[in-house]
Design a protein around this ligand. Structure first.
Ligand SMILES: [Zn+2]
Ligand SMILES: [Zn+2]
Length: 264
C-alpha cells in the first residue's frame, strides 16, 4: 500500500504544496486507486496535479465522515472524476449544521453525486487489502461521543454525535495499519475495534485524532497507544501540537505534511 498526503494542515518547508485545515489522502493498493476524503476546497486537486497524481484515474472514493473539511472538495472532485464508487457510512452525506446555523457537512447530498454509492454502517472492503470499518462501537469508557452541532435525520435536525465517523484498515498479513479522518469515534475505539475485527496487532496509524488539550482522556489514549507496540504513528490534521508533543514523550511520532508518502 502506498499512501500520499494530498491535503493536511501542515506543509513541509521545502515542498511547495498548498496546505489547508482539512484532510485528503491518495492510496494505491494493487490496482485500486483510492481517494480517502477530499479536503475543504480544490487544494487536494491542485496538490495532486503538482505531484503528477491523476485523480481522474481514481476508482474508489471513501469518506471518513461528513464534516466539510473532509467533504467540501467533492464538487471539485466531480469536475475531474465523473464516475467512481463511493464508500461511506449511511449518515455521512446528511445535512449538518453548527449550532449557529453555519453549514458543517457535505455541500452535496446523495442525489447530487453521480457515483455508485455504497453507504452502510457495516464494514466494507474497498480493495484487496483495505477495509472501511463502518460504524465504530464504543470499546472503552474514556472516549465518549461528543455532540457537534446538529444533523438531518428524516427531515428533522437532531443532535449530531458524528456516529458515521470511521476509518480504513490496511491488512498487511501479520499486522494492520489504520488510516483515520478525524477520529471523532475515538482513536482507541477505532484501533480496538479494528484489532477485534482482524485479530491482528495494530502496527501503524495515520490521521486526525481530534484531541486538543492534554487531559485525562489524552493520558489514557497515550497509555492505550503505547500498549499496542506501534512501529509508526502519525497523529495529524486535528491533533494539536500539545497533544502530539505529549504522545511523543512516550511514543515517537512522525511529522505529517502535504506530499508525504508512506509505503506499508
Ligand atoms: Zn470532523
Ligand atoms: Zn477534520
Amino acid at each position: 500500500m502506498k499512501l500520499t498526503v494530498l491535503a493536511d494542515n501542515n506543509t513541509y518547508i521545502d515542498k511547495y504544496y498548498l496546505g489547508e485545515p482539512a484532510l485528503s489522502y491518495y492510496i494505491e493498493d494493487e490496482g485500486e486507486r483510492i481517494l480517502f476524503d477530499c479536503g475543504y476546497s480544490d487544494v487536494f486537486l491542485r496538490n495532486a496535479e503538482r505531484m503528477n497524481i491523476n485523480l481522474s484515474q481514481v476508482t474508489m472514493v471513501v469518506l471518513s465522515h461528513g464534516h466539510d473539511d473532509h467533504t467540501a472538495g467533492l464538487p471539485h472532485l466531480l469536475s475531474v472524476l465523473p464516475y467512481a464508487r463511493l464508500v461511506a457510512h449511511s449518515e455521512t452525506l446528511a445535512e449538518k449544521q453548527y449550532l449557529d446555523g453555519r453549514n458543517a457537512g457535505s455541500p452535496l447530498r446523495e442525489a447530487d453525486i453521480p457515483y455508485e454509492l455504497s453507504l452502510s454502517r457495516e464494514p466494507q472492503k474497498v480493495s484487496e487489502h483495505i477495509t472501511f470499518l463502518g460504524e465504530i462501537p464504543q470499546m472503552n469508557d474514556f472516549e465518549p461521543r461528543v455532540q457537534f452541532g446538529v444533523h438531518e435525520v428524516d427531515g428533522v435536525f437532531e443532535p449530531d454525535f458524528v456516529m458515521e465517523d470511521s476509518a480504513l484498515v490496511y491488512d498487511a498479513g501479520d499486522s494492520i495499519f489504520i488510516i483515520t479522518g478525524c477520529s471523532h469515534a475515538g482513536i482507541c475505539n477505532i484501533a480496538e475495534y479494528a484489532r477485534t475485527l482482524f485479530k491482528k496487532p495494530v502496527k501503524g496509524i495515520i490521521g486526525g485524532f481530534h484531541l486538543k488539550q492534554v487531559n485525562e482522556r489524552v493520558e489514557k489514549t497515550i497509555e492505550y497507544l503505547d500498549s499496542l507496540g506501534l512501529e509508526e504513528l502519525y497523529p495529524c490534521h486535528c491533533t494539536s501540537f500539545a497533544v502530539r508533543s505529549a504522545i511523543h514523550q512516550k511514543i515517537p511520532v512522525g511529522e505529517v505534511g502535504v506530499g508525504m508518502q508512506i509505503e506499508w
